[in-house]
Design a protein around this ligand. Structure first.
Ligand SMILES: *[C@@H]1O[C@H](CO)[C@@H](O)[C@H](O)[C@H]1NC(C)=O
Ligand SMILES: *[C@@H]1O[C@H](CO)[C@@H](O)[C@H](O)[C@H]1NC(C)=O
Ligand SMILES: *[C@@H]1O[C@H](CO)[C@@H](O)[C@H](O)[C@H]1NC(C)=O
Ligand SMILES: *[C@@H]1O[C@H](CO)[C@@H](O)[C@H](O)[C@H]1NC(C)=O
Length: 855
């Protein structure tokens, strides 16, 4: 009831009716102005359940269950067929013409806890104390005293405050988020509201109770008001909440913004539909300012997943209309898959503008690596040399990093239970909420800042780390690395900069035409380059002054996706590694309309030549060709008054390869490029572990006007090719499977990776908005097949393995980002068998799903 009241108060128009997926089918339809939802309901014999959350013109309908039939798609197909038969006749308008998008809902399992991690933790069981005492360097006495003084001055009597080294570190001085000086100014998040979208929030915890914000909370899994943890492993959300907003009292520690309000949305504990997830992402969005999301698709180094269209729309809606139009702020954990060559750009949530990643520990080798890492870290002692080690995924979409588990310690926070604390919270899961808490402090002094201001402030105030990495000096005088983003969060600097920050002008964008390459990708150190010239008048016309986010959407055919890597070179010479090779990714496919994102070009003017280079550094029988690409620049506008809002994403954003092929020329060039730029010494790079020869590809080019590369020259050709208007359906229907050689990273490399992780740095990408990251049609991987069709698509057919696009157009699974923090007691000993069964059992008991969980 409180929920309904809250909605009424909030002026929301949709009626939230509990879902019953066993009895009903649910459809979400996006309707145009020619039809009313009532008419549509009537036509199909559906019940109308109301608007879909905050998404205008999107409605939820209910019909008696008939799992195998999509009534709306059938009607559309039938109508299309009828019209085709009498093609000369004038089309009678039909009610179905008013349906712009149809998505029949399915429950999908979004949560795969890291069952294998408990093994890792169990070996550490009981040793926590020892690790702390014996393997940390001794505290610095003066710093200890300073910590006590700070606590006293702020009236902090929380018993574990001195253990919360991420807030104030008296061992590794300055290795913390530098927040105490902010609190001393009275800035503690008083008027800010953060929502933890996760597996629940223990509102009865004495450490959270006083800050709990019921109005912004809901349990989408059990469909009740309070997002209480109900399963034994529903602990993650509560721990994240404690990091943000644990109350200053006599229980456990404090949150970064300990006077902020904290809400919880529970979505990860059971299968959930895209419709409900879309509602969740916009939940109470005028009152909640920041959404903290420490979960995402699998970090297995294989998956390429993106959120469904409704969720993408919900996020764009939130950055445009949430917070009374200032834009909701989403903080996503970047993911923990670095050990598997994963890269946040293969993750549709984070790489759009929000990012997360997961950790799938599915082989013994990896366990061992984790253990090695842990030992080497605790033995090596990152504290002693005051270095920030890393293991997190590299990615051009990474904005900032902050502290998490490692070096014999983890994040100390609140746990489920009245007065329970937890000292093993970690992974990028733990880093995200710290950033969310810092933003809550920013909004305390500047509630008027937009979501883009927050990102600007993050870029401008992050501290580059004194760590070897691929640091580049950007055109606005910042340093960017694919491992650390712009550096580590400095809360004090962030809040100080916010105080007199001049707000950025509205967002503008420039989209290039589709640029057709159609050329074989040479193997080895050579890359295939394609240029696009952005001129001043183009940006002037687009009203775009200064770049923030850049995306590149591309189609590449290949017989082994993991062999591919992609670089983007900007006119000012900044290089983004959009994609990197992934040794485990044997997928027989390339990229299909996949969108990569980069924040490395933040602040550039963008005028000049942008170059994308696709490489296949593994010389083997797996090869491919690059079809086309599409550059999108987003940033600050020139004239605010002329600037409309970005339209909501559609399934067709990047679909129309015939659209607007201006006279822009693509020059296709085979160039020698370094495999990696600025690698950390000793970092495993392609050329260390992978067989490479210097042979330039001499294969015949694809049958286009593109000239043949001259095998001997490193600058074989640079002939301008007018973009032909071929369509993506030219893609071959199948690829010949070849034997897949495995270029697993060597032991040495693994040890390098783990040995160097001194582990405090965990990357967080705080990506707020979500441009159109249209990775729709993503390549499939084994789970969660989900499909919907666009109405305008010709002959959309349920079985469409043809044209290389695959059936599994929408699939995704949510995961907690808990590389190191899954160590609740229950879990520690529960994983005798295949861990994946663990969650499934829970779900099986309530019988609420069958199809949702697929392994
Ligand atoms: C942290 O905050 C203080 C103010 O409390 C500031 O003087 C200092 O420069 C900040 N940065 C570091 C690394 O301590
Ligand atoms: C918090 O918000 C309320 C209502 O919007 C306002 O009256 C109050 O002054 C704000 N407090 C602070 C500390 O900004
Ligand atoms: C959110 O705030 C805007 C601007 O004040 C208002 O137009 C809109 O109706 C509100 N939406 C909700 C759901 O409260
Ligand atoms: C890939 O290699 C095979 C032979 O190894 C060749 O027949 C095929 O044309 C190549 N494909 C591309 C796209 O280069």
């Amino acid at each position: 009831m409180r929920f309904l009241c809250a909605l009424l108060l909030a002026g929301s128009v949709f009626a939230f009716r509990p879902r019953d997926y066993e009895t009903y089918d649910y459809y979400v339809l996006h309707l145009d102005q020619t039809v009313t939802p009532e008419k549509v309901a009537n036509h199909f014999g559906f019940a109308l359940d109301g608007q879909l959350g905050e998404l205008q013109d999107h409605y939820l309908f209910r019909a008696p269950k008939n799992q195998h039939i999509d009534l709306v798609n059938d009607a559309i197909r039938e109508l299309r067929e009828r019209r085709r038969r009498k093609r000369s006749a004038r089309w009678e308008p039909h009610i179905v013409d008013g349906v712009l998008l149809n998505q029949k809902q399915e429950l999908r399992q979004r949560l795969y806890k890291r069952e294998s991690l408990p093994v890792y933790f169990s070996s550490l069981q009981g040793s926590t104390e020892k690790l702390h005492k014996d393997e940390q360097p001794p505290p610095v006495d003066s710093a200890v005293q300073k910590g006590i003084d700070i606590a006293k001055s702020l009236g902090i009597a929380d018993p574990i405050f001195q253990d919360q080294w991420h807030l104030y570190n008296h061992i590794q001085i300055n290795n913390d988020i530098n927040v105490t000086g902010v609190w001393q100014q009275g800035i503690t998040g008083k008027n800010s509201t953060v929502c933890i979208i996760d597996d629940g929030l223990d509102l009865d915890s004495n450490d959270l109770k006083a800050n709990y914000f019921a109005e912004g909370s809901y349990d989408f899994n059990d469909q009740v008001d309070d997002p209480k943890p109900r399963l034994s492993d529903d602990r993650h959300g509560t721990r994240c909440a404690g990091e943000v907003s644990a109350v200053k009292n006599d229980v456990c520690g404090v949150g970064v913004a300990y006077d902020s309000k904290i809400a919880g949305i529970r979505i990860l504990s059971q299968p959930i539909s895209d419709a409900d997830e879309a509602i969740a992402m916009n939940y109470a969005y005028n009152k909640t300012q920041i959404y903290s999301c420490s979960w995402g698709p699998m970090d297995d180094g294989i998956a390429m997943e993106e959120p469904g269209i409704l969720i993408r729309r919900a996020m764009v809606n939130a950055v445009q209309n949430g917070r009374q139009g200032l834009g909701s702020i989403y903080v996503f954990a970047a993911g923990n898959g670095a050990a598997k060559d994963d890269n946040c750009n293969f993750d549709g949530y984070t790489n759009s503008i929000y990012r997360y990643r997961l950790f799938r520990i599915d082989d013994v080798r990896l366990y061992n690596c984790l253990l090695t890492m842990y030992r080497s870290v605790s033995v090596g002692g990152i504290g002693r040399d005051n270095k920030h080690p890393y293991y997190s995924e590299k990615c051009s979409a990474q904005l900032v990093v902050t502290y998490s588990s490692g070096a014999g310690d983890a994040i100390h926070t609140t746990d489920v239970g009245e007065n329970k604390c937890y000292d093993h919270h970690g992974g990028t899961s733990a880093a995200g909420p710290l950033v969310a808490g810092a933003y809550a402090l920013v909004l305390d002094v500047r509630p008027d800042l937009t979501w883009r201001d927050i990102q600007w402030l993050t870029v401008m105030t992050a501290l580059p780390l004194d760590q070897p990495s691929d640091w580049q000096d950007t055109s606005i005088g910042k340093r960017f690395s694919h491992q650390f983003g712009y550096g580590k969060l400095d809360t004090w600097a962030l809040v100080e900069a916010a105080k007199d920050w001049t707000k950025v002008k509205p967002q503008a964008w420039y989209f290039s035409p589709w640029l057709h390459v159609k050329h074989t990708i040479p193997q080895g150190d050579q890359g295939l380059a394609s240029n696009f010239e952005v001129t001043g008048p183009m940006l002037e016309k687009a009203n775009l002054e200064k770049i923030e986010h850049v995306t590149v959407t591309m189609n590449v055919e290949h017989t082994r996706r993991g062999d591919l890597s992609v670089e983007l070179h900007s006119p000012s010479g900044i290089v983004s590694h959009l994609a990197t090779t992934r040794r485990n990714d044997d997928t027989v496919a390339g990229y299909v309309d996949w969108t990569f994102m980069s924040v490395a070009h933040w602040g550039e003017a963008g005028i000049g030549t942008w170059t994308v280079i696709v490489k296949d550094t593994n010389v083997n029988e797996n090869n491919g060709s690059w079809t086309d690409w599409h550059l999108k620049l987003f940033g600050e506008c020139i004239r605010p008054t002329d600037q409309p809002l970005l339209p909501l994403p559609t399934e067709h954003d990047d679909d129309d390869h015939n659209a607007e092929t201006t006279s822009a020329a693509v020059s296709t060039t085979t160039v020698a490029v370094p495999t990696e730029t600025g690698e950390v010494p000793g970092n495993p790079t392609d050329h260390i572990d992978r067989p490479v020869n210097n042979k330039v590809s001499s294969s015949t080019p694809a049958p286009t006007s593109t000239p043949t590369p001259t095998p001997t020259s490193s600058l074989a050709m640079s002939t301008a090719v007018p973009a032909p208007s071929s369509t993506p359906t030219d893609l071959p229907e199948t690829f010949l499977p070849s034997p897949f050689p495995t270029f697993g990273v060597s032991k040495r490399t693994q040890i390098w990776i783990y040995g160097s992780i001194a582990l405090i740095g965990i990357f967080v990408t705080s990506l707020a908005a979500y441009f159109f990251i249209a990775r729709r049609r993503r390549l499939r991987n084994a789970r969660d097949d989900y499909e919907f069709e666009m109405l305008n698509e010709d002959d959309a057919d349920d079985n469409r393995p043809k044209n290389g696009r695959g059936v599994g157009r929408k699939k995704r699974a949510g995961e907690l980002y808990d590389a190191f923090s899954e160590g609740s007691d229950e879990e520690l000993f529960s994983d005798g068998d295949d861990g994946s069964a663990y969650r499934d059992h829970d779900l099986g008991e309530d019988g609420s799903h069958e199809r949702g969980v697929q392994r």
